[in-house]
Design a binder for this molecule. Structure first.
Ligand SMILES: Nc1ncnc2c1ncn2[C@@H]1O[C@H](COP(=O)(O)OP(=O)(O)OP(=O)(O)O)[C@@H](O)[C@H]1O
Ligand SMILES: [Mg+2]
Length: 919
């Protein structure tokens, strides 16, 4: 082991985190600091500290600068380092698994399985070094897995260079700022540490003054300090008053060392630097044209320029530190690098690596290389490695001699990234796209990036330019793309008419059975629904499904749109069936934005149908999938749905945390109407549950001012009207509420949507009562009750009973009031809607009657997670199956089951069905 000094507080912190993890509170620690500050060394030392605790199992991986496009490269390393337990994960990465795994969520589940398999009681430490170079899919999968840990004894250490921090994926930042996470920043070593280091390196008589100079010259960076101490004994530093050590960068120190080696050794070091952070020795020797490499290896190793690992055949060469490699590589100069990369491309076997060398060698545009890159990108796209596909297409574009071709390639890359909903990756191309000369596709892509960034004003301008400048005939695909992106923009603005118009254009201009066509169709369905043309929308959905020969994945989106329409039309069973089937299939296929959408709306349907525990679990899933894949555009709607159950149950902390996540999203206050309405409704639900009408009015006031009314007001899609009207009554603006309701009531009656009619009738009853028109109130409440008579809408029904009961009590009709209020109270208690049940109880008490039902769920009651897990277990599913279904670890399932057993007072799974029935 190399010498190690100082860092006692840091080690103590890591020990504490490990202890917490082993006690069942999983931990994620991000270790950050500049290059060479000692992140890797700290982790190494921590892992090799003798006997602190029973040795946990360690799995590790490291990002590498040449492999950041290698899809799941880091996950693969983790799997390999886990030995036999990693076999399943390895199969998933290499595509050998029975069900191929592409998407980060499924890959994340496999990582959870691995963590389960590894933990043999001593806990697991998962290390990912150089996270800034890790491939994005691996990071997403890891973040997904780590976020889903609940009671697992896992400590994750993630080392990141601090200067790379800004580019970290959002998901990673959120993970570390979440409740499992903490940050450990490494600063330079202090004078005493440096003196210890000098002593360890055998430098004698290293006084405090020298230590101070060394600290001043290196900022305590151990890499730099070590190199200086090794290179120049302090005796040679000259007089104290000189600002010594001279400002020699680490790079120059490496260059000096390198210059002192023999020509053969230098050739071998050069070859290794070009081949990457590590390479097989024979390959480096061949590239360097060195027949007997071992003496050269020895010489380089003695000088601290290379290291050799003999663990496996063939031996591998690597650099003692990434900065050593960077210094050698830069020192080669453009010409030297060109020659070596070209030669390397001929020597290496796999296509991706050969292409990487050819790109690095390319001094000028090269159509043959560009075409090869394009072909490779197509192949990557076919296996859904989108990030890699897009990046190769961008390389191809940079190397295309024909400027038109170049443009087309990069724009294509971004269009697909955007349409997949991967706003994070897409926005990474913004500068690239901006540098392209103006043209319809370029403008449309920039417009789409603005849409993804929740900036409707910029999007509108760019998309309009794009449409004006298009040339329909020679480029139907461009026309279709511009039209679709424009349609999506209008969808976000809640402008139903324009959504329909633009999506029709996109459908007409695109070839059938293409993803473009299917996406256009999907937004058309939503647009038609928003425009009140549900029958036509359903007919279009049916046609989309029946297309012979259409690949499976193409009907998913149309069917999810149909699920939403059914929900709006109060066909809750139909909605759940559609949304559930799409969610499952989409997750398996790795189409994450569709999966998130479907889980979210499934949750909303379950919420309406009174299955709040399922709703809670499915909404959580939607949020997990949505956040992990950086899908900005959908986020607000999904998170808004996740607020429903916590708000209804008075779980303010959870509800507010979701709202905070929504407002963190850029532009939530000024952006697309879709985001703003979702946010407003989330706040309004919380306000209503809290009994704070002023908050509800404030949250929904902006919605009244939206320019486009058709989608905003279409009954059933965004049910904000009754919340708003009731809140107006609550703050004493009764007349205004009266006027406000009229057009909405008319529209709901026209559409014949019963739940919408019921909601508005309830609000109407409140208005009439407050306005001193008891007959009107009677009529309205009776209508509301009738509309919900034979559909299962327990929460809505309860709200009506509460409103009607309160009115009747004040009107002196105690008996009828009590009947309604007790019925409402029972319903609310069953849902666990504490704040609402309490309101019923208060009303009952005020009328001199005793509350009948238990008010809130007591401690012995199962949480939603416990209940859902217990139900699945009662159906006879294994923990592994349940873990897979709910996308959590087996430890988490065991944890919930243990709690459920305790609360239900049972000892085995066989007792579960009976005791659940008794509940
Ligand atoms: N506390 C320490 N005591 C002694 N030597 C150290 C210490 N920390 C780091 N070093 C030495 O400094 C050098 C750089 O450390 P290390 O590789 O851990 O840096 P790093 O932060 O991981 O850098 P990078 O971001 O480039 O990966 C190594 O040679 C290491 O042995
Ligand atoms: Mg390191």
């Amino acid at each position: 082991m190399p010498p190690f000094v100082g860092r006692q507080p840091e080690l103590a912190l890591l020990r504490a985190r490990l202890a917490a993890a082993l006690a069942g509170q999983p931990q994620v620690v991000r270790i950050e600091g500049p290059a060479g500050i000692g992140k890797t060394a700290l982790i190494e030392h921590f892992l090799h500290e003798p006997g602190v605790l029973p040795a946990p199992v360690v799995v590790r991986a490291s990002g590498e600068d040449t492999e950041s496009l290698l899809v799941y490269g880091v996950v693969e390393q983790l799997a390999r380092s886990a030995g036999g337990s990693g076999r399943g994960l390895l199969a998933a990465v290499s595509g050998d698994a029975p069900v191929p795994v592409h998407d980060p969520v499924s890959m994340g589940s496999r990582i959870l399985e691995l963590l389960d398999a590894l933990d043999a009681g001593a806990g697991v430490v998962l290390v990912v070094d150089d996270v800034h170079w890790a491939d994005l899919p691996s990071i997403q999968a890891l973040v997904f897995a780590l976020r889903r840990l609940v009671a697992d004894p896992v400590l994750a250490l993630l080392a990141v260079r601090e200067d790379a921090g800004a580019e970290q994926p959002d998901a990673l930042r959120r993970l570390v700022s979440g409740h499992l996470g903490s940050v450990l920043r490494l600063r330079g070593l202090d004078e005493q540490d440096l003196r210890d280091l000098a002593a360890e390196l055998g430098v004698e008589g290293f006084e405090m003054a020298a230590a101070q100079r060394l600290r001043y010259g290196t900022q305590g960076n151990p890499l730099h300090a070590k190199a200086l101490l090794e290179e120049f004994p302090p005796g040679e530093w000259g007089p104290v008053e000189h600002p010594l050590p001279p400002p020699r960068s680490f790079r120059l120190l490496v260059a000096d060392r390198y210059a002192g080696r023999s020509a053969t050794t230098r050739r071998l070091i050069d070859a290794a630097a070009v081949l990457g952070p590590h390479c097989p020795l024979p390959l480096a020797a061949t590239l360097a044209e060195v027949e007997q490499p071992l003496p050269a290896v020895d010489e380089a190793a003695r000088a601290g320029l290379l290291q050799v690992s003999e663990a496996r055949q063939p031996w591998t060469l690597s650099f003692p530190h990434p900065l050593v490699r960077a210094a050698v590589y830069d020192g080669l100069g453009p010409a030297g690098r060109h020659v070596l990369h070209l030669a390397a491309a001929e020597l290496v076997g796999d296509t991706a690596t050969a292409l990487r060398h050819r790109v690095a060698a390319a001094a000028e545009p090269d159509e043959r290389l560009a075409a090869d890159l394009t072909a490779f990108a197509d192949a990557e796209a076919r296996r859904q490695a989108w990030q890699s596909a897009a990046a190769h297409l961008v390389d191809a574009s940079r190397l295309s001699p024909d400027p038109d071709e170049a443009r087309r390639r990069v724009l294509q890359a971004v269009v697909w990234t955007v349409l997949r909903g991967d706003a994070g990756t897409a926005s990474g191309f913004r500068t690239e796209v901006e540098s392209i000369p103006r043209g319809p596709l370029r403008d449309a892509v920039l417009g789409a990036l603005a849409t993804a960034a929740d900036d409707p004003v910029t999007a509108q301008r760019l998309l309009a330019d794009a449409w004006r400048d298009r040339r329909p005939d020679p480029e139907p695909e461009v026309e279709a793309t511009v039209a679709l992106l424009t349609g999506i923009h209008h969808f976000g603005r809640l402008d139903a008419a324009a959504t329909v118009e633009w999506c029709r254009r996109a459908v007409a201009a695109s070839a059938p059975h293409t993803a473009l066509h299917a996406t256009a169709q999907t937004y058309l369905l939503h647009g038609l629904g928003y425009a009140g043309q549900v029958a036509e929308s359903l007919a279009t959905a049916a046609a989309a499904e029946e297309q012979p020969g259409a690949p499976n994945r193409l009907w998913l989106n149309p069917r999810s749109a149909r699920g939403l329409l059914r929900l709006v039309e109060d066909d809750l069973d139909g909605a759940c069936a559609d949304l559930h089937s799409v969610a499952t299939a989409a997750r398996q296929l790795g189409i994450l934005n569709t999966a998130a959408f479907s889980y979210a709306y499934l949750a909303r349907a379950e919420y309406v149908a009174g299955r709040w525990d399922d709703a809670l679990v499915n909404a959580e899933r939607a949020v997990a999938i949505n956040l992990e894949s950086d899908l900005g555009f959908l986020q607000s709607a999904v998170v808004g749905i996740a607020v429903l159950v916590p708000a209804g149950r008075g779980d303010w902390a959870t509800a507010e945390a979701h709202v905070a996540a929504m407002t963190r999203q850029a532009g939530a206050e000024l952006g697309y109407e879709r985001s703003r309405l979702a946010l407003g409704m989330a706040r309004a639900r919380i306000g209503e549950a809290r009994g704070d009408p002023a908050a509800v009015v404030a949250a929904l006031q902006p919605v009244r001012e939206f320019a486009h009314r058709d989608a905003t007001d279409e009954p059933g899609f965004w049910p904000w009207q009754d919340l708003y009207a009731e809140a107006l009554v609550g703050v004493g603006r009764v007349d205004e509420a009266d006027d406000f309701l009229v057009p909405h009531e008319r529209l709901a009656a026209e559409r014949g949507r019963r739940s919408a009619i019921a909601r508005l009738a309830r609000a109407r009853g409140r208005v009439e009562a407050a306005a001193g028109r008891p007959e009107g109130a009677e009529r309205a409440f009776a209508a509301a009750l009738a509309a919900t008579e034979d559909i299962e809408l327990p929460f809505e029904r309860g709200r009506i009973e509460l409103a009607a009961g309160s009115f009747l009590r004040r009107a002196g009709q105690r008996r009828r009031a009590a009947d309604l209020l007790s019925a409402g109270e029972r319903r609310f208690a069953q849902l666990g809607a504490g704040p609402y049940a309490e309101r019923c109880a208060k009303e009952l008490a005020a009328s001199g009657l005793k509350p009948t039902a238990r008010l809130t769920r007591d401690r012995t009651e199962l949480t939603s997670q416990e209940l859902v897990v217990a139900r699945l277990a009662a159906e006879g599913r294994s923990n592994r199956e349940i873990a897979d279904e709910l996308v959590v670890s087996i430890k988490t399932i065991e944890y919930h089951l243990r709690n459920a057993f305790q609360k239900l007072n049972v000892t085995s799974r066989r007792q579960l069905p009976d005791s659940l029935d008794a509940k």
